[in-house]
Design a protein around this ligand. Sequence first.
Ligand SMILES: Cc1cc2nc3c(=O)[nH]c(=O)nc-3n(C[C@H](O)[C@H](O)[C@H](O)COP(=O)(O)O)c2cc1C
Length: 435
Amino acid sequence: MILEEYIMKLKQDGKITAISKSVSKNLEIAGVLKTLEPKPVLFENVKESRFRVAGNLFCNKTQVADYFGITTEEIIPTLANAIENRSEPEQTSKAPCQEEVEDKVDLDILPILFHNEIDGGPYISSGVVVSSDPEYGQNLDFHRAMQIGRNRMVARVVSGRDFHRYLERNGEVDVAFCVGNTPEVLIAAATSVETGINELEIANALRPIRVTKAKTVDLMIPADCEFVLEGRVVLKERHAEGPFIDLTETVDVIRQEPIFEVKKITHRKSAIWQGLLPGRSEHKILMGMPREPTIFKKIKERGINVLDVYITPGGTSWLHVAVKIQKKNEDDGLQALEAAFAGHKSAKHIWVYDDDIDIYSDEEREWAMATRFQADVDLIMKDREPGSSLDPSAEPGTKLTTKCGFDCTRVIDAKGKGFAKAKFPEVDLKKYLGE
Ligand SMILES: Cc1cc2nc3c(=O)[nH]c(=O)nc-3n(C[C@H](O)[C@H](O)[C@H](O)COP(=O)(O)O)c2cc1C
């Protein structure tokens, strides 16, 4: 789907705040997005650019579910199904993202946002990077990129990502940074699947998309995205990248990272730039949610009746996981914890809950821990394992961390008080208060 069409639908339904006053791409847009979060915002008049900017579009599971016309509980099965049953997108030679082809590359025409005073420069934070390897084929990843000139950026490429592997194997790799995507492409790009799987086929299985050939590089790109920045990333040509706010909302260190030389800019005629606030909820949901089906699958493979998995925003949408199971055996909770850690190596703390707990409610999760958890039997601790590079408390360099799992499920054979929350009578208020 074209992002602008979705934004116009939000506008019709009164679900987006449209700002017609002139707003600067330098700090102001980020400030407004942060203040209005999670309300979607359309900036119709950007001081430094002829293009509009939209942000806060997919800040929580409800917004994502609404986009697909499903419930939040259906997100994991839908995504798991798309990962399993991938399908090839239709090809088109008339791609909206190539309606206009800029004669010369000038990144200054784009509303690349300067998000925060501490940032090293303006950053693309919503860019889906298409790359290719002669053996493995195409891959999609997210890589933030800091503008360092009119045609140059520096990209953050975490070691271990498929794109990093492609760079190590080939030295330099042609890329297309695609900005302005709808959730099928955004979510597919954020999945971590086997190297060699073309995530555009996951996107197509979520909802049919179209692809087109890029203008100057041999890549198939999402035809309906808003902007495409084509070019080349060279592993050994480096530049300082950062500081920048990472997923944990803390400031990432400055590193020497590979340069992205931009060779062509194409876009839709009425293209809208997609802003994505670093560290805030949209970044978090895109990072955590695509990992949930993997954890779900690992728990299911142990024969446990897992009902839902939620990588919680308070835990940076990466380090903390809440799992809901229907407990049948006394050790199901501990087994589920072990399986969940296997499904998400970056997780630091994982909780398992019964089916009567709303795992999307902070209060209910805490209640379950307060009333059902005993540390001497319900706690597992994994001392000094590699965790997430994002965790400021992990050992720098090695990522070593201590992981804990909390089994907050009730004992099946309860001896004392029961574990169920007592219910008050349900009444029809109209009977007492009138209409
Ligand atoms: C919004 C967003 C921004 C991200 N930024 C970066 C980044 O700057 N550098 C990076 O290496 N990974 C980044 N990631 C993570 C990876 O792109 C993501 O985990 C990737 O899908 C892993 O896929 P792979 O297994 O194909 O490498 C980001 C993810 C999201 C959702």
